[in-house]
Design a protein around this ligand. Structure first.
Ligand code: SOE
Length: 358
């Protein structure tokens, strides 16, 4: 690939702007930004330093100079735009859920493989150096045999009955909300760190009352699971937990040691043992070499969510340039999330244990 990579960002809300900042930080160009109206696109273009702004995303996809398309729209538009981008021969980053329907997600995986384009879904919490460190420690056996995986992902931004967002509308957000929006991040991280795949789930979900009646999608859930490695676990998911802003918390417990990651304190990895417990700060002596690539600023300077996006987009660009990048979340991982969501929904509605396909 010659020169700077040129990205087209489709969707100019909060997440489109996060992508735009990451594109610039990763050395790319924001060639296009697209929004629902020309006015919104122009305003977003100024904020993101985009070269061109349009209300018609097809215009951006038709530009032969565009290398990567970022699909950052409400969920119900993901499949159509991602499919059109692949057909246009572009590399594609599609926000999660890749597709609300697992069959559509599988179709996108196939289309991308046939077209030979790079695909990615921003499961960005993988890009914290402490997460890479935890993964390396589990992988080299520091924890001993893993016995238990558990945690939670809690938010509060939908806790009041009147709180609204397109995600609350199943026509735009999909049939699952709390699990489909944040539960899949937790599952992706748990599988990524441990190398185990969730194979069966049991779930109970709940919905709060909103002005038009109970929420049409779940506000939260408790999920029990088993993995293909015979490990048991559980996760609590909620978007209505006052005070919890974005509390993704994961604990992996093995025969010799435990590791714990807290997204709201992401520079520290807690390690527990029968002897002394310790807190390992990212970038310090003894942390895994695999984490180094994502240490964007020197130790002692806190890193955060936006830095994860920079690492993520940087890895997508490396893959576009032909590098084999370890741990890049692809459309296959987006499909995995759709399959887990389907199993979760079936488990919550039947109150039975459900096998996870694949
Ligand atoms: C909203 O719940 C949201 O922004 C999710 O859509 C993101 O994927 C998650 O990272 C933070 O919360």
């Amino acid at each position: 690939m010659q020169g700077r990579i040129r990205s087209a960002i489709i969707g100019a809300g909060f997440i489109g702007q996060v992508h735009a900042r990451a594109v610039r930080a990763a050395g790319g160009e924001v060639a296009w930004i697209s929004a629902a109206s020309q006015g919104e696109a122009d305003a977003a273009g100024e904020r993101t330093f985009a070269q061109r702004a349009t209300a018609d995303w097809r215009e951006a996809l038709a530009d032969p100079e565009v290398d990567v398309v970022h699909v950052c729209t409400p969920n119900h538009l993901h499949v159509e735009i991602a499919a059109a981008a692949i057909e246009a021969g572009k590399h594609v980053i599609c926000e999660k859920p890749l597709a609300p329907d697992a069959g559509d997600a599988a179709r996108l995986v196939e289309m991308a493989a046939e077209a030979g384009v790079v695909t990615a879904v921003p499961f960005v919490y993988r890009f914290y150096p402490t997460v890479r460190d935890a993964r390396a420690r589990v992988g080299r056996g520091d924890l001993g045999d893993v016995r238990l995986i558990h945690g939670s992902y809690l938010q509060d931004w939908l806790s009041r009955p009147g709180d609204g967002n397109w995600r609350v509308d199943p026509k735009q957000g999909g049939a699952s909300r709390a699990f489909g929006d944040i539960g899949v991040h937790w599952c992706d991280l748990a599988e990524f760190v441990t190398g185990q795949r969730i194979s069966r789930v049991a779930a109970r979900s709940f919905a709060i009352d909103r002005p038009a009646g109970p929420s049409l999608t779940e506000d939260g859930a408790t999920v029990m699971f088993e993995t293909d490695g015979g490990v048991v676990g559980s996760v609590v998911i909620s978007q209505v937990s006052p005070g919890r802003k974005n509390r993704l918390w994961l604990s992996v417990e093995g025969a010799e040691a435990s590791a714990q990651f807290d997204q709201e304190n992401p520079d520290s990895l807690w390690l527990g043992s029968r002897g002394a417990n310790s807190v390992v700060i990212r970038g310090t002596e003894g942390t895994a070499p695999a984490a180094e690539r994502y240490n964007i600023v020197p130790v002692g300077h806190p890193m955060g969510y936006q830095d994860c996006f920079t690492g993520f987009v940087g890895d997508v660009y490396a893959a576009v340039g032909g590098d084999q990048v370890d741990g890049l979340p692809t459309f296959a991982d987006g499909h995995r999330a759709a399959v887990l969501t389907k199993a979760f929904m079936e488990a919550a509605s039947t109150q039975d244990w459900i096998e996870v396909a694949g």
